[in-house]
Structures are given as structure tokens and as C-alpha cells.
Design a protein around this ligand. Structure first.
Ligand code: HDD
Length: 709
């Protein structure tokens, strides 16, 4: 497609889907062939010297098949190796021309195709989905002006202020190099050693110690562009902008104990959840929001807009919702699409530009560089999932795996032999021009003093948490540091917590048998010539607000029960009516009901019907469900004798989930729980009671009186 043809984006057309279609094959009804297209007669026996003889080197069919197999792996991503992706569309609610000339942010009739990939950071490709970790949230917009990538995370700040530290951060969190463990875990000495020496990491650490780091679902997390970017309008005026993704499914986390158990029971928990939601037509949606700061207000805030360890509280600059992304199609092939997709924060379109955030600036180098080794050369943009919709017309040629066949003798610019083509595009023709920022500076390897308030924002974050969220943070610090073997590392972190919140430092210190001490915090970087380190120390600045409700997850719950997974525990003799009516009613509200019984196959209901079973107690676990329901009947007499059924209910309760029965089913609840007269346990069998509890997601106050399970 030639640049600027906008029609293919309108009237429901999806030019990316069409483009991918040209590369899609379906083996249905086809003969088996070699890679050269030769039909194969026997794919099960190698060519031998006699039926019992040695295999012949001549067997090109055997050689080709095994050679391909031998080379099927490519290097996994150095970070964000474990990920899941999906196709979708972005629709704009209102034109943003006042701020940006980007076409996909100006034309509300256009549906821009997107591909989104969500990931953990530290773990390898085969690691668990539910590790305590930041999640990557990367979206590729296939716009009519070329690809625009918003490569963010599910947390609005980052660990470090300068990209030069990124390799150290990642080396510290990855499995330790001599022993190659722990996998997909930050709870180990090298990570906390680094963190204890890096006060700037504290803000992000508070986010990773919160439930944001163990999302219930990839569909239930917010996304953030993190850095301050620029919007540039037609007149060339610049506004600073921060990007936000707000999920319409609500925001929810897991319990930490639950997350650890899910890692054993179903380490594909998030991947499967995303796939199944899309497959069943429950398309996940996020609204895109922007926080805009006028150019002249650059220095108005008590933190530096260029510092990626800081956020702008929504209470200070509201988020303006401008559009919506819907993920509506699972990939056809995981490797070809999700694995080979190559994101880059430097893939821009006119109307969006960078700021001088030193973390962003370093990223701009790293992403293309990594694709060259990961995807094998400089032509990775030709892989179908990475291809832009506008045709690529430039003078780049050759390189490994080149697929484009450029005609003609001219591959340089300027030229006359090719009629001067391809032409440079002027501003009016959509040619990209960088924002003309005036720079008058001394070359210096240093950091601005405006980056040194490392403690006010983590304090704001902690202050903004509800009591259960605070408890989870206290427990997460205590868990992570408890796994650290080197006591001075634990002590340094506890001392740093003292700079942020005294009560937190004392609770965590108490759990570790340590007393927080007020000591000078470490400094990083070069020592000034005059030896005066004072100004290099981290400090806790003043913020105009003490709490920001927008930082808490507590009031971001969904107002429906769509895609919630509810386990029905049954056995022979289950009351037909109580069972099938409730199942139907919940499914009518788009919840997902799974029937679990002592054995697979069928159970006989009270009316003698045969009810098929989805899973047995052997294969199912409460941790992968959002709620449990026990319909009454003779079945309950069987279930109260079944240790797995009792454990199932108790474990769901322990993880603060809604647990329900009808009046005849409550015997199982009474057997499993010490107290059934608490919030989130209903025995009325009424749909409205169960739905109200499921909407609340969790009853965290139960953690104050934990039960064994
Ligand atoms: Fe990065 C991948 C997000 C800092 C270097 N990064 C990667 C992915 C996400 C992020 C979501 C996975 C993309 C995908 O799904 O393929 N990275 C971030 C965010 C950062 C950040 C939000 C800070 C605000 N990253 C960062 C720095 C560097 C890198 C400072 C290097 C100096 N990131 C990479 C990388 C990766 C990557 C090595 C690995 C695989 C890839 O790029 O394609 O280049």
C-alpha cells in the first residue's frame, strides 16, 4: 500500500490482517512437501541400505527435516522473554489535533490495527506467568504513516534513571550467573544487593512489592508509557505527554500465596486466560489516556518530568481518555507472530517525539540492536508481523534473509538515474522532522540534581494504599528479603525503607529480626572534584499531595462478573435444579462455570440426568478460580468425606475468594471453614448474593484471621 491511502483503514477494513493473510498457509487438503515443494511419498521411514541397513547420506528428506528442526530456536529476548500477544484495533474517541498531528490520533473514522504483547521481565521463555515481576505492555500500532510502538509496562515508573545502568539491573535480577537460579524471581541476594545500593529504585520497588506485580490477569492490568514523550501539532508546537492504558475489565491482583501455588498448578495461567477470553469472544479492552503538560510548565512540578522514576499523580494532572484498544484475535502462530514481533520505543510517527529522559534515550539504541542478534540480521522489519502497512521504499538493500526484491540499478540518494526516487518527503507530505529543541549545554557525564528526590514518591504510593494493600507490601518485602541470605543486604534495604516510611521499616525489620538504622544512603556515579558528596545524596522532597487514590487498586474493580471463573463442586446426587439453574444464570452474565467432581466423566443428578464433568479434584485447583459454589443434594454427603473437596473450599477461602452454596450445600462450607458468618460467604443460593460477592473479587480482611489450607 502506498503511503497516505487512508481508505483501507476505514469501513471496518483491517489492512494488517489482509497483509498477514498473504503470508498465511493452511495445510488442509494439501499434500506433504519438502521445503522445495516436492511431494513426499514416505515421511516415516528414512532411506536405508535394506530394511535393517544403515541410513544413507543421500536421504535429502531426512536431512532437510532434521536440519530444520536443529535450527528451530532463536535467542530468547534478553528481558521480557516470556510473553503472550494478540491482534486488535485501536479506535479514537476524539481528534487530538490541538496537541498532535499523528493521523491515527486525529481521525475518528479510522480503526488502526494493533498487535499487543504482554510479558514478565526476568524469567526465561518457559518460566511461570505469575512470578512477582513488572509486566511488559507493548503495543504496535500499524498506522497509515508507519508503525508506532508504545513499549511500556504495567507500572508507571522504572527502577533506574539512566539506561547505562540497565545491564547491571538485569544482571542482578536474572538467575545468578554461577548457579543459574533462581528462575523468574527477584527474591535473591544479587537483586537486593543492587537495589540496596540504588536509592532511585525504591519507587519502582514499591510497585513490584505491591499486588500490581502479581496481576490476576493480563487483561486486568493498567499500562503506562512511563517516560514523558512529546506531542507535536501541525504548527510544530510541543506538549509533554504521558500515556496510560486503563483496562475496562477492572484492575485486580492475586494473593501472593495463591500466585506461588498457581506457578505449580498452571504456570500458563495468564497466557491461557488471555487466549481463552479472546477465543470465547470476551475481547479485552483498554482505554488510552494521556496526561498533557504544556511546554512552559516543564519545571512547574516538584519532580523532573525527565526522570522515569517519577509519575505525575492523576490528582495533579488528570488523565484524558482519548480512545480504546480492543484485542479481538489470537495469533495464528505463536512463533511467527508473538515471538518474532520486534518492538522499539523509537518507532515513531509524525506528531510524537522523544523527551530527553536519559532512560528513554538509551533505549533508543538498544531495541534495534537486540533484534539484529535475536532475529538474525537487519531485515527483521520484513517479517510479516513487523511489516508496516505503508510500503517500505528506501535505498537499503541486501543483508541476511532479504525478501524484498528492489528493482533497478539505483540504491543511493541523491540520484538522477532513478529520477531522484525515492523522494524525501516534506513536512506537508508527512515527512518526519524532529522537534527543534534549543540546546545550549556543556558536555558532561552527570545527573541533574532534580533527579535526587528518591523517597517522596514511594512514600506517596505507600500512603495511598488501603490497609490490605499496605499489608501485602509489608509481607512482600519481608518475603523477598527473607530469601536473601546476606544479612547486611537486608539491613541496607530496611535502612532505606526508614527514609520512606518508619512504620513500614519497623514492620519489615521486625519480621527479619533487624532494627532499621538512619545511615547515609549510598550514592551512585562519579565523585565530584571538590569531594562534597552532600548534594549527591538522595532526599525526600515535598509533594503537594499526601495521598493519591489513583495509585491504589482497591477502587478499580470490575462492575460485572464477565469471564470470572467459578468452580461448581459436585458429586452423584447433586440437586438438578439448584445446579443447572445457577450455572445457566451465571453463564448468562458471561461468567465461566467449570464443573468439578471427585472423578472425571459424568455425575448422576437428583433427577437421574447425566451431567458431564470438566475436571476432577486431581486436575483442578481452587487457585485458578475466582469463586466456588456448592449446589446442594446428596452430593454434599460425598463431598464432606472428600479431603480434596474440603481443601478446595478452605484454600479458596484462605485466598479471600467468594465462597457460596445453597442452603443444602452449606454442610461442606461448615466442614471446611471455621466460620461461615463472614463477608463473602453466602449460603442463600440466591444469584444476586453470589454475583455481588464475585464483583467484590476478594475479601482481604480475612487475612487478619488466617486459616490453615
Ligand atoms: Fe526494555 C524489551 C519495556 C527499559 C532494553 N522492554 C522490552 C519489552 C518491553 C520493554 C515491554 C518487551 C517488548 C516485546 O514484547 O517484545 N523497557 C521497557 C520499559 C522500560 C525499558 C517500559 C523503561 C521505562 N529496556 C529498557 C532499557 C533498555 C531496554 C533502559 C536498555 C538500555 N528492552 C530492552 C531490550 C529488549 C527490551 C534488550 C529485549 C527484547 C527486545 O528489546 O526486543 O532491547
Amino acid at each position: 500500500m502506498k503511503i497516505d491511502e487512508k481508505e483501507p483503514f476505514e469501513n471496518g477494513a483491517n489492512p494488517k490482517k489482509e497483509q498477514l493473510g498473504q503470508f498465511t498457509t493452511d495445510n488442509q487438503g494439501e499434500f506433504l512437501t519438502t521445503d522445495q515443494g516436492l511431494k513426499i511419498n514416505d515421511d516415516q521411514n528414512s532411506l536405508k541400505s535394506g530394511p535393517r541397513g544403515a541410513t544413507l547420506l543421500e536421504d535429502f528428506i531426512l536431512r532437510e527435516k532434521i536440519t530444520h528442526f536443529d535450527h528451530e530456536r532463536i535467542p530468547e529476548r534478553i528481558v521480557h522473554a516470556r510473553g503472550s500477544g494478540a491482534h486488535g484495533v485501536f479506535e479514537l474517541y476524539k481528534p487530538m489535533g490541538k496537541y498532535t498531528k499523528a493521523k491515527f490520533l486525529n481521525e475518528t473514522t479510522i480503526k488502526t490495527p494493533v498487535f499487543a504483547r504482554f510479558s514478565t521481565v526476568a524469567g526465561s521463555k518457559g518460566s511461570t506467568d505469575v512470578a512477582r515481576d513488572t509486566r511488559g505492555f507493548a503495543v504496535k500500532f500499524y498506522t497509515q504513516e508507519g508503525n508506532y510502538d508504545l513499549v511500556g509496562n504495567n507500572m508507571p515508573v522504572f527502577f533506574i534513571q539512566d539506561a547505562v545502568k540497565f545491564p547491571d539491573l538485569i544482571h542482578a535480577v536474572k538467575p545468578e550467573p554461577d548457579r543459574e537460579f533462581p528462575q523468574a524471581a527477584s527474591a535473591h541476594d544479587t537483586f537486593w544487593d543492587f537495589i540496596s545500593l540504588m536509592p532511585e529504585s525504591m519507587h519502582h520497588i514499591f510497585w513490584t512489592m505491591s499486588d500490581r506485580a502479581i496481576p490476576r490477569s493480563l487483561r486486568m492490568m493498567e499500562g503506562f508509557g512511563i517516560h514523558t514523550f512529546r506531542f507535536i501539532n501541525e504548527e510544530g508546537a510541543s506538549h509533554f505527554v504521558k500515556f496510560h492504558w486503563k483496562p475496562l475489565q477492572g484492575v485486580q491482583g492475586l494473593a501472593w500465596d495463591e500466585a506461588q501455588r498457581i506457578s505449580g498448578k498452571d504456570s500458563d495461567f495468564h497466557r491461557k486466560d488471555l487466549w481463552e477470553a479472546i477465543d470465547s469472544g470476551q475481547f479485552p479492552e483498554w482505554e488510552l489516556g494521556v496526561q498533557i503538560v504544556a511546554q512552559e510548565d516543564e519545571h512547574k512540578h516538584p519532580f523532573d518530568l525527565l526522570d522515569p522514576t517519577k509519575l505525575i499523580p492523576e490528582e495533579m494532572v488528570p488523565v484524558e481518555i482519548i480512545g480504546k484498544m480492543t484485542l479481538n484475535r489470537n495469533p495464528d502462530n505463536f512463533f511467527a507472530e508473538t515471538e518474532q514481533v520486534a518492538f522499539h520505543p523509537g518507532h515513531l510517527v509524525p506528531g510524537i517525539d522523544f523527551s530527553n529522559d536519559p532512560l528513554l534515550q538509551g533505549r533508543l539504541f538498544s531495541y534495534t540492536d537486540t533484534q539484529i542478534s535475536r532475529l538474525g540480521g537487519p531485515n527483521f522489519h520484513e517479517i510479516p508481523i513487523n511489516k508496516s502497512i505503508p510500503e517500505v521504499t528506501n535505498n537499503q538493500r541486501q543483508g541476511i534473509h532479504r525478501t524484498q526484491i528492489n528493482t533497478g540499478r539505483v540504491s543511493y540518494h541523491p540520484n538522477t538515474l532513478g529520477g531522484g526516487c525515492p523522494f524525501q518527503a516534506g513536512k506537508m507530505e508527512g515527512g518526519f522532522t524532529s522537534f527543534e529543541e534549543r540546546i545550549d549545554a556543556t558536555k558532561i557525564r552527570a545527573r541533574s540534581e532534580s533527579f535526587f528526590d528518591h523517597f517522596s514518591q514511594p512514600a506517596l504510593f505507600y500512603n495511598s494504599m488501603t490497609s490490605h494493600e499496605k499489608r501485602h507490601i509489608q509481607n512482600a518485602f519481608s518475603f523477598e528479603l527473607g530469601k536473601v541470605k546476606t544479612v547486611p543486604i537486608r539491613q541496607r534495604v530496611v535502612n532505606m525503607l526508614l527514609e520512606i516510611d518508619e512504620s513500614l521499616a519497623k514492620i519489615v525489620g521486625g519480621n527479619l529480626g533487624l532494627i532499621p538504622a538512619k545511615l547515609p544512603q549510598p550514592i551512585t556515579g562519579s565523585i565530584p572534584a571538590d569531594g562534597n558528596l552532600e548534594e549527591f545524596h538522595s532526599f525526600k522532597g515535598e509533594l503537594p499531595i499526601e495521598e493519591a487514590a489513583s495509585l491504589s487498586m482497591a477502587d478499580k474493580l470490575p462492575n460485572n462478573i464477565k469471564t470470572r471463573k467459578i468452580a461448581f463442586l459436585v458429586a452423584d446426587g447433586v440437586e438438578d435444579d439448584a445446579f443447572s439453574k445457577m450455572k445457566l444464570e451465571l453463564e448468562n452474565l458471561d461468567a465461566m462455570v467449570m464443573i468439578i467432581a471427585p472423578k472425571q466423566g459424568f455425575v448422576k443428578t437428583s433427577d437421574g440426568n447425566e451431567q458431564p464433568i470438566d475436571e476432577s479434584f486431581l486436575t483442578a485447583a481452587s487457585v485458578v478460580f475466582d469463586a466456588v459454589y456448592i449446589p446442594g443434594g446428596e452430593s454434599v454427603e460425598t463431598l464432606v468425606q472428600n479431603a480434596d473437596a474440603i481443601h478446595f473450599v478452605a484454600e479458596a477461602f484462605k485466598h479471600c475468594k467468594p465462597v457460596a452454596s445453597n442452603s443444602n450445600g452449606k454442610k461442606l462450607l461448615e466442614k471446611a471453614l471455621t466460620n461461615t458468618k463472614v463477608d463473602g460467604v453466602s449460603t442463600t443460593g440466591k444469584l444476586e448474593d453470589i454475583v455481588a460477592d464475585i464483583k467484590k473479587c476478594r475479601f482481604w480482611e480475612r487475612e487478619e484471621n488466617p486459616i490453615p489450607a
